[in-house]
Design a protein around this ligand. Structure first.
Ligand SMILES: Nc1ncnc2c1ncn2[C@@H]1O[C@H](COP(=O)(O)OP(=O)(O)OP(=O)(O)O)[C@@H](O)[C@H]1O
Ligand SMILES: [Mg+2]
Length: 250
């Protein structure tokens, strides 16, 4: 399946991201999750309760590694479209919570599980070390054929106080320019959208959050998918709702 999925990352690239534990699902587990999730539930076979009990026990076991809890997702994407995920911030401390997050009427999970069924591919669940991420520190970096073509604030409808200040943008630019060669050297893909956490004020390392396919339906944030719009600028939202940009390349 897609090379951006977490199970397909090379070790070096995973080293730039959160500590994580992957669990490959069995077919019985895929069907049990899909059925319980309810969306397009008829596409999944009824399975015995043991499938979910076994999965919950496996998740319980894996979660021991994460006493602060873990962000729960599939290798492809998270169930962030449900109320449960919003309320729990998609964080689980035990297997039952992880299963609950993945089966609470998520269109995203239903879509992914059905896609895996069609491709006869058993997907993975990933538990990722929980880390409080201030929303203004999330950025989306667009890379096409090994070239960086733009970086945007991730929560692009919001203005974050001071993010558009000249010194802040200069500091972000330096951090992006330093991280970029490391990212491309370790990445197995040359065209993708890389989500990054760049801590405010220059403290703490830049962390790779995840990879997304380049192009729709991935959100282009403050860019558009038109090739002409990709001009290797860093873009953030100003207080008046406009887009501030600075050139990244020297
Ligand atoms: N380890 C983590 N700890 C805390 N919060 C996290 C963690 N990983 C991700 N998040 C938060 O959850 C959001 C969604 O996570 P992620 O990007 O992995 O899932 P996704 O479903 O692929 O999202 P998208 O649709 O944006 O590509 C992130 O933007 C971040 O705010
Ligand atoms: Mg994603």
């Amino acid at each position: 399946m897609s090379e951006t999925w977490l199970e397909n990352w090379p070790e070096g690239l995973a080293g730039l991201s959160f500590e994580q534990q992957g669990l490959r699902l069995s077919w019985a587990e895929v069907h049990a999750l899909g059925r319980l999730n309810g969306i397009h539930g008829h596409c999944f076979q009824r399975s015995s309760p043991e499938a979910l009990e076994g999965l919950t026990a496996r998740l319980d076991d894996a979660l021991q590694r994460f006493p602060q809890g873990a962000f729960v997702r599939l290798g492809s994407r998270s169930p962030k479209d449900t109320l449960a995920s919003m309320l729990m911030r998609n964080r689980a401390f035990n297997g039952a919570q992880a299963v609950h997050l993945l089966t609470n009427g998520s269109e995203r999970i239903a879509f992914e599980l059905r896609r895996c069924l069609r491709a006869a591919y058993t997907p993975w669940i990933f538990l990722r070390r929980w880390c409080d991420i201030p929303p203004e520190s999330e950025f989306r970096c667009f890379i096409r054929e090994g070239q960086r073509v733009g970086v945007s604030q991730y929560h692009h409808d919001s203005h974050f106080e001071g993010l558009d200040a000249k010194e802040t943008l200069e500091c972000l630019r330096e951090r992006i320019l330093t991280f970029f060669p490391l990212l491309t050297a370790r990445s197995h893909v040359t065209t993708a959208v890389f989500d990054l956490v760049i801590p405010r004020g220059g403290d703490g390392p830049v962390t790779l959050l995840e990879l997304n396919p380049y192009g729709a339906p991935t959100d282009p944030c403050l860019f558009s998918w038109s090739a002409q719009d990709m001009d290797d600028t860093l873009r953030v939202r100003t207080a008046t709702g406009e887009i501030a940009r600075i050139r990244l390349s020297h």
